[in-house]
Design a protein around this ligand. Structure first.
Ligand code: 13P
Length: 340
C-alpha cells in the first residue's frame, strides 16, 4: 500500500474551499431524477448530462472530486475524451461507486445490508486502471420504533470496513458512507442517538480491519429531524448537534468529513455546512459530497435541451461556488437571492 499517495489524495478530496460532486446515481436512480424533468433516461441522455456537469467552466475551483457510476467511468465526452481523463486534466479526482446497493437483511424486517464485496478486489484493480483514485460505499440505516438493531449496524459496519481495507490495498481512497436516513418522523434527538451508535460501530470495525484513517474520508448524514417530524430543528441546532456527534465519534486522524445531502434542499444543505464551519478548532475538514443538493437546480435548468447547456452549467457553477463559500463559513442564506 502506498500510504503517501492515499493520504495525499484523501487530503485533496477535502481541500479547503472545495468538495465532492456525487454524480454516481445508478441507472435506476438517474431515471427517477430524469422522470422529474420528463426526460427519457438513455445511455446517451445520461452521457450528455454528465458531460454538462464535467465540462462546466471553473468547476475545479470548488469541486475536488467526482463520484462516477460504473457506466459513466467508461463513457466519453463528445470529443472522445474518457470522462476520468477529462476530470483529471482539470485537476479533479475521479471516483467510483463500488457497492451493489442495500439489500434486505434476512431475519431483520425493515433493515438492510449493503452488498458488493464479492470480487471487489478485482473490480478495484480495473477501476484504478480506468483512472479512479477514490471510491464510495453507502450503508443505509433507517430509523423506526425498534430499528436500527445492533446486528444491522454491525453487519453494515463490517462490510464498510472490509470495503475500506480492500480500497486502501488498491491505492484507492475509500469514502466510508454510513447514511442514517432522514425519512420518517423521528426527532433530531433520536437522529443524534442513532448517528452516534452508527459511527461508534463503524469506527470500531475500521480499527479492527486496520484501515488507515489518514487515507479515508467519512461521508455521514447530518444530525437532523426526520422529514415528517412536526418539530423541525433550526439550522443552528442541526449544526451544533452534528458537530457534537462527530467530535465524540470521529478520530482527528481522519482528514475530512464530506456530508451527503440526503433529501435536504440545496439552500438547507449549504447553510448547514456553512454554520458548522463557523465552529472553531475542528480537528477535520468539514466538506460536502452532495448529489441532489448540487444538481437539482442544474437538472431543472437543463431539462434535456442542448440549447440550455450553457445556462445549466452556470447554475451548477453557482451552486458549487456557494458550497465552496460554506467551506469556511462565509456563505449566508441571503446569498441565495443575491446571486440568483
Ligand atoms: P445526496 O447528497 O443526494 O444524498 O447523495 C449523496 C450520495 O452520494 C448518497 O450516496
Amino acid at each position: 500500500m502506498d500510504s503517501t499517495e492515499l493520504d495525499r489524495n484523501a487530503a485533496a478530496m477535502v481541500a479547503p474551499g472545495k468538495g465532492i460532486l456525487a454524480a454516481d446515481e445508478s441507472t435506476g436512480t438517474i431515471k427517477k431524477r430524469f422522470d422529474k424533468i420528463a426526460l427519457e433516461s438513455s445511455f446517451e441522455s445520461r452521457r450528455a448530462y454528465r458531460e454538462l456537469l464535467f465540462t462546466a467552466a471553473e468547476a475545479e475551483r470548488h469541486i475536488s472530486g467526482v463520484i462516477l457510476y460504473d457506466e459513466t467511468i467508461r463513457q466519453q465526452a463528445a470529443d472522445g475524451r474518457p470522462f476520468p481523463a477529462l476530470l483529471a486534466s482539470r485537476g479533479i479526482l475521479p471516483g467510483i461507486k463500488v457497492d451493489a446497493g442495500a439489500k434486505a437483511l434476512a431475519g431483520f424486517p425493515g433493515e438492510t445490508v449493503t452488498e458488493g464485496l464479492d470480487g471487489l478486489r478485482e473490480r478495484l484493480a480495473e477501476y484504478r486502471a480506468l483512472g479512479a483514485r477514490f471510491s464510495k460505499w453507502r450503508a443505509v440505516i433507517d430509523i423506526g420504533a425498534a430499528i436500527p438493531t445492533p446486528t444491522a449496524l454491525e453487519a453494515n459496519a463490517e462490510a464498510l470496513a472490509r470495503y475500506a481495507a480492500l480500497c486502501q490495498e488498491a491505492a484507492i481512497v475509500p469514502i466510508v458512507e454510513p447514511e442514517v436516513l432522514m425519512d420518517g418522523d423521528h426527532t433530531i434527538e433520536r437522529c443524534e442517538e442513532v448517528t452516534d451508535a452508527t459511527l461508534e460501530t463503524v469506527f470500531d470495525a475500521l480499527f479492527r480491519h486496520r484501515v488507515r484513517l489518514e487515507g479515508m474520508v467519512l461521508k455521514p448524514n447530518m444530525v437532523i429531524a426526520g422529514k415528517k417530524c412536526p418539530k423541525q430543528a433550526k439550522p443552528q441546532q442541526v449544526a451544533e448537534a452534528t458537530v457534537r456527534c462527530l467530535r465524540r465519534r470521529v478520530p482527528g486522524a481522519v482528514p475530512g468529513i464530506a456530508f451527503l445531502s440526503g433529501g435536504q434542499s440545496e439552500a438547507e444543505a449549504t447553510l448547514h455546512l456553512s454554520l458548522m464551519n463557523r465552529v472553531r478548532e475542528l480537528p477535520w475538514q468539514l466538506s460536502f459530497s452532495y448529489g441532489r443538493a448540487l444538481q437539482q437546480s442544474t437538472l431543472e435548468a437543463w431539462r434535456g435541451n442542448p440549447g440550455n447547456v450553457a445556462a445549466a452549467q452556470r447554475v451548477f457553477l453557482r451552486r458549487a461556488k456557494l458550497n465552496g463559500l460554506a467551506r469556511d463559513g462565509s456563505y449566508e442564506a441571503a446569498m441565495e437571492q443575491a446571486a440568483a
